[in-house]
Design a protein around this ligand. Structure first.
Ligand SMILES: *Cc1c(COP(=O)(O)O)cnc(C)c1O
Length: 356
């Protein structure tokens, strides 16, 4: 039996996507060649790239004027690339510090210029989203992280600004309906809601590029990748193909509206149990709770051995909290079936019964 996989990333993908991906590695679309041994410039692979790009635009309802790229280097390289491409020489950018990933994006951007950290929730181990902050009028862009994977917090109201708005959506893209056109640049490592590790989705408004006055190394220049349709060098063909399959799966489910409904339902079941069961308490403040990463702790650390035994026996995997937070983290991305969440809830109830 497959385990109930609550891994934070790389994470669960739909079973049918894994099956199709396995088939394509052996024989891609019946051409008697493997997907991973054909030219990325072949008609077959160019079709994959175009299909993936089109599905991203369709699922996110992006208006004209945006380019969709599949790059390498993970979201971590985007921490640097966004600054390279948007931070003017002698310019300044504003950052929201809502977690360890946000802090890393700040560290990289500081290599290139002045970074104004306009708000931080570090004082409380990032268990909330700061709300009252002032954005300097002269910021070239504002950078935020939509979902803080480690702490289980999620931005519900994005910064209102006349500057460019940049967002790291690695762990909640395609999970909820937001107005994606409010952003000028979105990036996301594939391995949390879209595909296997190895490609990074970048969505960028064309008109914002080429205005920094910097010389940008080719591999870090969005305009270079746009002009070559993400094929400036050999693209990561397998992660892009599996991402395409996952995007098709999302479309068949009914798109983001349908997915959001399922995600809300799944998260509600788990949070309800955390709030009801006296053996557990939530980590993130309620109003900022994430629909993707549910963080919680035992009320009594002495229960740890008993609970760990129970969830292991139930076939649950990947719920250990991040080392900086402790406790537990159940990552319940799009592909997580509601049945697995019910198994986790039953396991939490078993702990309660054991001690009553
Ligand atoms: C996982 C994660 C990253 C890092 O992604 P890589 O692709 O490993 O570089 C960045 N930001 C957020 C919000 C993440 O969850």
């Amino acid at each position: 039996m497959k385990k109930h996989n609550f891994s934070a990333g790389p994470c669960i993908l739909p079973q049918e996507v894994l099956k199709k991906a396995a088939d394509a590695v052996l024989n891609f679309n019946g051409i008697d060649l493997s997907l991973i041994e054909i030219s990325h410039r072949s008609k077959e692979f160019v079709n994959v790239m175009e299909n993936a790009r089109g599905l991203v635009k369709e699922l996110l309802s992006l208006p004209d004027g945006y380019s969709v790229l599949f790059l390498q280097g993970g979201a971590s390289l985007e921490f640097l690339m966004t600054a390279y491409n948007l931070l003017k020489i002698d310019g300044k950018a504003a950052y929201l510090d809502t977690g360890a990933w946000a802090a890393k994006s700040i560290k990289e951007a500081k290599l290139l210029g002045e970074i104004d950290v306009i708000a931080s929730s570090k004082d409380k181990t990032y268990n909330y989203i700061p709300k009252n902050y002032t954005i300097p009028a002269d910021a070239n862009y504002v950078h935020c992280t939509s979902n803080n994977t480690i702490y289980g917090t999620q931005i519900k109201e994005f910064p209102k600004t006349n500057s460019l708005l940049v967002c790291d959506m690695s762990s909640d893209i395609f999970s909820r309906q937001i107005d994606f056109a409010q952003f000028d640049l979105i990036y996301a490592g594939a391995q949390k809601n879209m595909g296997p590790a190895g490609t990074t989705l970048v969505i960028v408004k064309d008109e914002i590029l080429g205005k920094t006055g910097r010389t940008i190394p080719s591999m870090l220049d969005y305009q270079v990748h746009i002009s070559k349709d993400s094929m400036f060098n050999t693209p990561p063909v397998f992660p892009i193909y599996v991402s395409m399959l996952t995007l098709e799966w999302m479309k068949e489910l009914g798109g983001i509206a349908a997915i959001e409904k399922m995600n809300e339902e799944k998260a509600a079941i788990l949070y309800a149990e955390i709030d009801r069961n006296p053996h557990f308490k939530g980590f993130a403040v309620k109003e900022d709770r994430s629909l993707m990463n549910v963080t919680f702790n035992l009320t009594n650390e002495d229960d740890k051995e008993a609970f760990d035994k129970l969830w292991n026996a139930a076939g649950i995997s990947g719920i250990k909290g991040h080392r900086s937070v402790g406790g537990y983290r159940a990552s319940i991305y799009n592909a997580m079936p509601i049945e697995s969440i019910k198994v986790l809830v039953e396991t939490m109830q078993k702990l309660e019964k054991q001690f009553s």
